[in-house]
Write a protein that binds this ligand. Structure first.
Ligand SMILES: [Fe+2]
Ligand SMILES: [Fe+2]
Length: 349
């Protein structure tokens, strides 16, 4: 769309002369190879700038004001633009319902699920995070981030930077360090990350590394060379809470929603695990709640939450040679180091 005020006089004159010759704006637009709306903008610009037609002052006012071009899109262009935007949205939404991943190595793989990193928090165990990040350098081990990479205090919460010894600038530095040194299968934005809105810096850091980054949820289909597909359904949080079962949200989703092989989330800073078998297909669904690297949490202490952290992370080793109904097709290790050793032993067989 070209706005009237950006048109040159030559374009406006050309449009008017052709219109006079052909007597039709449709034909004239076709001859110039322009959309009709663009042509009519040029014609309108000519009338505004040069034409004396229709300018006869029929009123009894003492002055007239020149006609001004519209400073926004014409309605036809606006409708076309909205339709195009919706088309892009639909294409993206449909594609992300299940993101296909082609696995290019044979044998078992391990996904190291990092619990909420909160890399800039004073209570965060950065040393263990670094050790775990190093494990993703091992063949077949890929990192997965369930969100809340930094505290990202924004708006009224910005006052909370006074309670931590890292600055906002240092927080992004730490996030960049962590993201760049880890090999990612996917990353998810948590509620803390989402506070940045459309300008979420994690999205841009992940893009530099070519890492798959999705806001709040990521469902990936791992397509192994032997033809097997294993689906990992990760969210920052699954809705639903039970004081009797720390993996209640994930288990509920596995029973009532997608029965994916692995349903995993973070956010609650607690560990939990449940295994459910889909009676109709035999598929075994692993429902996992992964905790956080933020080990010392003043909020949890203040509220008297009991410690339910088994580990800040976990590793799921997936063996595509085993069938959906094999209880060990996915094997969970709360200590990623143990998981990596098991994976190396399995891959060496
Ligand atoms: Fe969270
Ligand atoms: Fe968190």
């Amino acid at each position: 769309m070209t706005r009237g005020r950006l048109l040159t006089n030559e374009q406006a004159i050309e449009a008017y002369q052709l219109y006079k010759t052909l007597g039709s704006s449709v034909k004239a637009a076709q001859q110039l190879g322009l959309p009709r709306s663009t042509f009519e903008n040029r014609l309108a610009a000519y009338k505004t700038r040069f034409s004396t037609e229709d300018k006869t002052d029929k009123s009894d006012t003492e002055f007239t004001v020149m006609a001004l071009p519209d400073d926004d899109l014409d309605i036809e262009d606006l409708v076309e633009l909205r339709i195009k935007q919706f088309g892009k949205k639909r294409e993206y939404q449909e594609a992300t319902k299940l993101i296909q991943v082609k696995v290019k190595i044979n044998g078992p793989i391990g996904i190291l699920h990092f619990g909420d990193p909160h890399v800039d928090d004073d209570g965060t165990d950065l040393e263990t995070l670094r050790v775990h990040s190093d494990l993703t350098k091992i063949e077949g081990v890929w990192g997965a981030n369930v969100g809340d990479t930094t505290n990202n205090w924004v708006g009224r919460l910005a006052r909370l930077y006074a309670n931590q010894s890292t600055t906002a600038a240092q927080a992004w530095k730490l996030a960049e360090w962590f993201i760049n040194r880890t090999r990612w299968l996917y990353m998810i934005g948590g509620n803390h990350d989402a506070w940045s809105g459309a300008a979420d810096p994690i999205k841009w850091i992940a893009r530099q590394q070519d890492a798959l980054y999705q806001p709040s949820e990521c469902r990936v289909g791992l397509n192994f060379p032997n033809g097997r597909q294993v689906i990992v359904n990760a969210r920052h949080d699954f809705t639903g809470y039970s004081q009797w079962n720390p993996a209640h949200g994930q288990m509920k989703a596995a029973m009532m929603g997608h029965r994916d092989h692995l349903m995993i989330s973070g956010h609650r800073h607690t560990s939990g695990y449940g295994v459910i078998k889909d009676g109709s297909t035999g598929r075994i669904c692993h429902a996992v709640q992964v905790a956080s690297y933020k080990i010392y949490d003043s909020y949890a202490k203040e509220r008297g939450f009991r410690d339910q952290t088994l580990s800040p992370a976990c590793m799921t080793v997936i063996d595509p040679e085993l069938e959906d109904d094999h209880a060990d097709m996915i094997k969970l290790f709360w200590d990623p180091q143990q998981g990596a050793e098991y994976l190396q032993w399995k891959r060496g067989k």
